[in-house]
Design a protein around this ligand. Structure first.
Ligand code: TRP
Length: 338
């Protein structure tokens, strides 16, 4: 993946700190980040302030999960010597930039953002949308531009955020008369969005269809056993459908032996290949991916001081950068100087 990005870019991504990460996060973005950190300047944002926009009733959960997501990052292979991990709520410049950016986007445009619309529906906000929630794309624009990021590795659901960020960037640059803020490009993996184990469009912890990045072997076995296949594939000898079959979607996402997967697909389509055989292969693939992550995570969890130090020093570096961008923007807009 990283070889597709030339020359070196500044990368920013983030995750809401609402719970431990799952395989959907890994396939959608985290795996790219681990690869990209070697050749690019990379910042990872623990987005606790954004998490509050739909969790204002449980700030304790948001706070607790800052460490959990940090542990997931480190266990998955984010190297704190190569990537900067920082905490959103400790970066006041991000909130200050958000206040400015909100004047360069209309309410109608915020309401049209398709991801926000989906989220409003799935959270049942309906007529009671928290204002912070509707406005979070402007905050995300602040996150991205404060670091002057040019590349944002994300899952496909985040593409509208990057589009909206670039609209805000263009309006601000037009207002100040030069390109102070760079536009950013989304880097979206070609495997597409990872469905939940039940076959629903999106893996999500709240839907109970996710496999956590630090799952036990037993949890993986259970998830694979429950996994949605082809409901019409009743007998082993029947021809089966590969499209929409979650087991094959996951093999596509996680099995490195492409040729073997292609053979399995052909066999399944022909008939004569049982779900159990394919599921056993997926179980092995997932266990060998998750096992080492789980072990590294357990070791890191025993050393919270180390993790806290990583967050402190990363956030301190990010503070310098984001304050500098804020000062540049204030000057470019000609805001009053005391
Ligand atoms: N919206 C992202 C999510 O829901 C999290 C996020 C916050 C983010 N700030 C970001 C992603 C900046 C990319 C860039 O997971």
């Amino acid at each position: 993946m990283s070889s597709q990005v030339n020359p070196p870019a500044v990368i920013l991504t983030g995750d809401r700190t609402t719970g431990p990460l799952h395989l959907g996060h890994y396939a959608g973005s985290l795996r790219n980040r681990v690869a990209l950190q070697h050749r690019h300047q990379q910042y990872l944002l623990l987005a606790d302030t954004q998490a509050l926009t739909d969790n204002a009733g449980d700030p304790g959960k948001v706070a607790r999960n800052v460490m959990e997501v940090a542990l997931d990052y480190l266990a998955a292979g984010i190297d704190p010597d190569l990537s900067t991990i920082c905490v959103q709520s400790a970066l006041p410049a991000l909130a200050e930039l958000t206040m400015i950016y909100l004047n360069f986007v209309t309410l109608a445009r915020l309401e049209r953002n398709p991801t926000v619309r989906d989220e409003i529906r799935s959270r049942g906000f309906d007529r009671d949308i928290p204002a912070g929630f509707l406005c979070y794309p402007a905050a995300q624009a602040a996150d991205i531009t404060a670091f002057k990021a040019t590349l944002v590795p994300v899952g496909d659901d985040q593409a509208p955020m990057i589009e909206q960020t670039n609209e805000i960037v263009r309006r601000i640059n037009r207002q100040i008369g030069h390109d102070l803020l760079p536009e950013a490009r989304a880097l979206i993996p070609d495997v597409g969005r990872l469905p939940g184990v039940d076959g629903k469009a999106k893996m999500s912890k709240s839907q109970g269809n996710a496999i956590a990045l630090s799952s036990s072997d037993a949890a993986i076995e259970d998830a694979v056993r429950r996994m949605y296949t082809d409901p019409d594939h009743l007998r082993v000898s029947d021809p089966g459908r590969v499209e929409g079959n979650v087991v094959f979607t996951y093999l596509d996402a996680f099995d490195d032996e492409r040729a073997a997967v292609a053979d399995l697909k052909a066999h399944y389509r022909r008939g004569g290949l049982g779900d159990q055989t394919v599921k056993r292969r997926l179980e092995t693939v997932l266990k060998s991916l998750v096992g080492p992550i789980r072990e590294r995570r357990a070791a890191l969890a025993r050393d919270p001081d180390f993790v806290r130090d990583v967050l402190r020093s990363g956030t301190a570096r990010a503070q310098v950068l984001t304050e500098a961008t804020k000062a540049e923007l204030h000057a470019a807009l000609g805001l009053f100087e005391l």
